[in-house]
Design a protein around this ligand. Structure first.
Ligand SMILES: *Cc1c(COP(=O)(O)O)cnc(C)c1O
Length: 465
């Protein structure tokens, strides 16, 4: 077989890819038919594909490349660590300098008493760990019946058996999850889709109080924890009404339910604070971290837990849980360098004071478009609701998501990666994006919306259900 390189014709690369590579969250027949887009290089916020096209990545890969592509400092940190100590484990009373330094750094950055980290290689694994931690914690406190975890429909917590069970994604729930007993789901605070005639504030309270009703139904002695993303990412950048999180916090406090904030997307500056919990006013007992922790340059995740939880686990003796790569030295070195850059270049403050407000202003200009019913953002997470009738928050006739998919296709053609979730368009660009690049992003989004709208009119599909 000839060497497979960037210089191979795209068609041949696509054929080999379709022949031997099973892709995540992808229809294999569709892939074989149209071929994958093959990304070969990236710099800043811009991808290059095998055909030489330049595409602005308004999704930071999968919400993770917070400091942007092409940062040599992370490459050097990985190379140095690989030379010095490429691997050693953290089982059985051993440690190493990068993991010690990273843990101390995370304790400094995290709010409250979240001063202790258990490491994984992904967000999914970290949420699996959270299930173990939470149940072991309550058992160690003499309350072994407190096992049930309450999560939300359309929440995303990863794709392992644990993460997929905690998650509330309907398409996943028809394929092998949930399998973990003792996980229940309440409704999401998605006002645009589900708020009916309520004001957002009324609706936020109503959805939060479903948690209280569920705790009372199950009995507080049986409920271990509630888990939620401060702002749902994969579910469509669902920004909850302002009343939602304070009420959730009150309920968790009242019934002694641990609160887990899944910060895999919201963490590390995305919302304009170090963690989404700070932006939304949440005091979590556990935070799930991954993605922006290393800006995606290398896999790493973790669970940040409170003094109270760490002390309780410590008093209980061995915690019989761990991954070969927990606290991997190369990943820890890259994470440390990434955090240094976020801190020294004041990228979190930049999102809060500068590019976040600028994006909000420019993004909101799309609201005058005939397809757009809602154009919101928090920090550098943005969302557009596509609708055939703004006043009634109408849904399109036909299959949900068909219009969103049309729009995403137009975005790609116009040099912009914008994702669709149903008929909602979402963005989460790298934190280093400039004002000029935000202007380009919004211009390309508008052009794509125009073309989508024209296409719908032409095909007679601009109709409400
Ligand atoms: C991506 C994501 C996960 C899963 O992380 P992986 O690294 O893909 O396993 C978990 N929670 C949230 C909120 C995520 O966005």
């Amino acid at each position: 077989m000839p060497a497979i390189t960037n210089h191979m014709p795209t068609k041949e690369l696509q054929a080999l890819d379709a022949a031997h590579h099973i892709h995540p969250f992808t229809d294999a027949n569709e892939l074989a038919e149209s071929g994958a887009r093959i990304i070969t290089r990236a710099e800043g916020v811009t991808l290059t594909d095998s055909e030489g096209n330049q595409i602005m990545d308004a999704m930071s890969g999968l919400w993770c490349v917070n400091i942007g592509y092409g940062r040599q400092e992370l490459v050097d940190a990985a190379a140095r660590q690989m030379q010095e100590l490429p691997f050693y484990n953290t089982f059985f009373m051993t440690s190493h300098v990068p993991v010690i330094a990273l843990s101390a750094k995370l304790a400094e950055l995290a709010p409250g008493t979240l001063n202790h980290v258990f490491y994984s290689s992904s967000g999914s694994e970290a949420n699996d760990t959270n299930i173990r931690i939470v149940r072991h914690y309550w058992a160690s406190k003499g309350k072994p019946e407190k096992t049930v975890m309450i999560a939300r429909k359309n929440g995303y917590h990863g794709s392992t058996l644990g993460g997929g069970s905690l998650g509330g994604m309907a398409p996943m729930h028809s394929q092998g999850v949930p399998v973990i007993p003792g996980i229940v789901h309440i409704d999401q605070p998605h006002w645009w889709n589900e708020g009916g005639d309520m004001t957002p504030e009324e609706f936020g309270l109503e959805r939060a109080r479903q948690l209280e009703a569920k705790i009372l139904e199950l009995g507080e002695d049986n409920v271990a924890a509630f888990i939620g993303e401060p702002i749902q990412g994969a579910g469509g950048v669902v920004i909850p009404p302002s009343t939602y999180w304070p009420e959730i916090q009150r309920i968790c406090d009242k019934y002694e339910i641990l609160l887990i904030a899944d910060e895999v997307i919201c963490g590390f500056g995305r919302t304009g604070s170090w963690f989404g919990s700070q932006t939304m006013g949440i005091r979590p007992d556990i935070m799930t971290i991954a993605k922006g922790l290393t800006s995606g340059y290398i896999p790493m995740g973790g669970s940040l837990v409170s003094d109270e939880i760490a002390n309780t686990l410590a008093a209980a003796g061995d915690f019989n849980h761990g991954y070969t790569y927990s606290g991997h030295p190369v990943a820890a070195a890259v994470a440390l360098e990434n955090l240094r850059i976020l801190q020294e270049e004041k990228l979190v403050e930049r999102v809060h004071d500068d590019v976040g407000p600028y994006l909000a202003k420019q993004w909101a200009t799309l609201l005058d478009h005939p397809l757009v019913g809602e154009a919101n953002s928090v920090g550098l997470m943005g969302t557009l609701a596509l609708t055939p009738g703004k006043a009634k928050r109408a849904k399109f006739a036909g299959k949900e998501g068909a219009v969103g998919l049309r729009c995403r296709t137009r975005c790609f053609a116009n040099g912009l990666v914008m994702r669709h979730v149903g008929d909602r368009m979402i963005i989460a660009p790298p934190l280093v994006i400039t004002h000029a690049e935000i202007d380009t992003l919004v211009e390309r989004a508008r052009k794509s919306l125009d073309e989508t709208y024209e296409g719908l009119l032409k095909d007679g599909l601009f109709k409400a259900a």
